[in-house]
Design a protein around this ligand. Structure first.
Ligand SMILES: [Zn+2]
Length: 161
């Protein structure tokens, strides 16, 4: 079973998620990016979880940089694909996703997950991933009322590179 967004084999739990109004089978990582995602086979009714509180694990202690897909990914992918003389179907097959995923990426309505972007980089010989300082993203992502626990605190070593 493969994730229909990034094309990776789903090893852990599989999710059904809504991405850009399409329902796709997702791996756990891509499920986090979906508007809505629920584990395959999960009962819908019953105990509903209470107000989403950011789980403690959401903020990982790790390197202070994250990989992000470049803003102009849509043009980069389309131009490189055309230059390579590939159809969308051919490209989709090469990276293991549905052609609709490629179409949405080229339309700019779907930001490819980093895994997929990496495959596209390899196939199209382009640059799609940039490294971003996580510190810059942190302020926007963490809502009010969020309190770091010990495990969440990331120590930034002085200064930026
Ligand atoms: Zn995936």
């Amino acid at each position: 079973m493969r994730c229909e967004l990034c094309g990776e084999e789903i090893r852990g739990r599989a999710y059904l998620g809504i991405v850009d109004r399409a329902e796709l089978l997702l791996c756990e990582r891509c499920a986090k990016r979906a508007v809505k995602a629920y584990p395959l086979g999960a009962q819908k009714a019953g105990q509903r979880k209470q107000a989403p509180r950011p789980p403690a694990r959401a903020v990982r202690a790790g390197p202070a940089v994250v990989e992000e897909v470049v803003d102009n990914f849509a043009e980069v992918v389309r131009e490189a694909r055309e230059r390579a003389g590939l159809t969308r179907d051919a490209l989709a097959a090469m990276v293991g996703v549905k052609v609709s995923v490629i179409r949405r990426i080229e339309e700019g309505t779907l930001v490819p997950p980093v895994d997929l972007a990496r495959k596209l980089e390899r196939v199209l010989k382009v640059k799609l991933i940039e490294v971003v300082d996580e510190g810059a993203l942190r302020g926007a992502g963490v809502g009010a009322g969020w309190e770091p626990t010990l495990g969440d605190v990331v120590v930034f070593k002085g200064g930026e590179e």
